[in-house]
Design a protein. Sequence first.
Length: 412
Amino acid sequence: MDCKYNFQTKLKQGGKEIKKKVLSALLSVAMVATLLVGCGSSAETETAAPAEEAGEAAAPAEDAAPAEDAGEAAAPAGDSGAGKKIALCMPTQSSERWINDCANMKSQLEALGYEVLDQFAEDDVQQQVSQVENMIAQNVDCLVIAAVDSGALTTVEAAAKEAGIPIIAYDRLLMDTDAVSYYATFDNEGVGTVIGQTIEEKANLKEVQANGEHLTIEFFMGSPDDNNALMLYNGLMGVLQPYLDDGTLVCNSGRTSFEDTCILRWSQETAQQWCENYLASFYANEDLDIAASAFDGFSYGIKAALENAGYTADNWPIISGQDAELMACKNIMAGTQTFSIYKDTRLLAEKCVTMVEAVVNGTEPEINDETTYDNGVLVVPSYLCTPVSVDADNMQELIVDGGYYTQDQLDN
Ligand code: BGC
């Protein structure tokens, strides 16, 4: 594929150019002050940005739905769910993946005869609390929860337990509760490791290191109230920290800790604002080479910030992502995002359905991890799916041939 935004080419062309490893001493105090708005201080006022806000709309649900409903194919039809109600409590519709997760679970559960009630909390903690309360009042047979805030549901979780309603944690661990039976997720530290390894490979970090050169990097990490976010950060830093330590990677903003780089409720708008501030304050004298983004939504914001700052195909950085959203896949093919992490939500839904069957009908759930996910009260028996890096080279094989999106969806 002929890709205008070819970082490898840029690196070779710029190979002789040794960038100065000095932070710009010319930063104005005002600029620094704007950057001090970290996740802690901005937590109260931020709201999740609708995908449109950064100028790039998330694809509408029907466009973004995986190409084939593999859910129905994967889950055998039957009537084990007849007369039983399952509640799916999802975090938000502002990000495409949760719409797909919900649709996949719904179709798989309905194929087994279950009645499915679904709710999206639009990243509002109180709204999710009310939705769970409402599901308990409707006397559902099982609650599947992908939390907005992993630790904010303890009271309603205790109420569900009291009412004899089992709970399954979906994608995000439910913290500080003994009311959760199982956890279906992707290997969250593994997601970070794969992002780190893919950055290492795409940026030729070993070669850059051997040549005594350096590349610049900024970090955009996930929400501090989502247990997945810190795990991803740890996986990422397991790969990249040595390069930061020896100066192969230079973060001009100095913001490398999780505390300094986490973005509340995974807000695309905040990611864009931060990126704009970083570019204005720290990248006047050299380009940003790598944006380590933990979420496709962040990557859209970063892309908008780069375009506003005048970046073009000639100096476009490596940008990671997570979820292989349709928009991200299109951007990858257009060269404005380098890669994403493909998490096949059909597969995750399938694993979760085995857990629903287990708690409702007493069958054996699929579990492959009984040690990692300690929620502060118990180690939750889990199934971890494997995350995979997707770029322009394996898009066809993974995404199109795998039936996640059609070629037509990618092209239009
Ligand atoms: C999920 C990611 C997703 C993020 C933002 C995390 O909990 O694991 O797949 O990108 O939330 O929605």
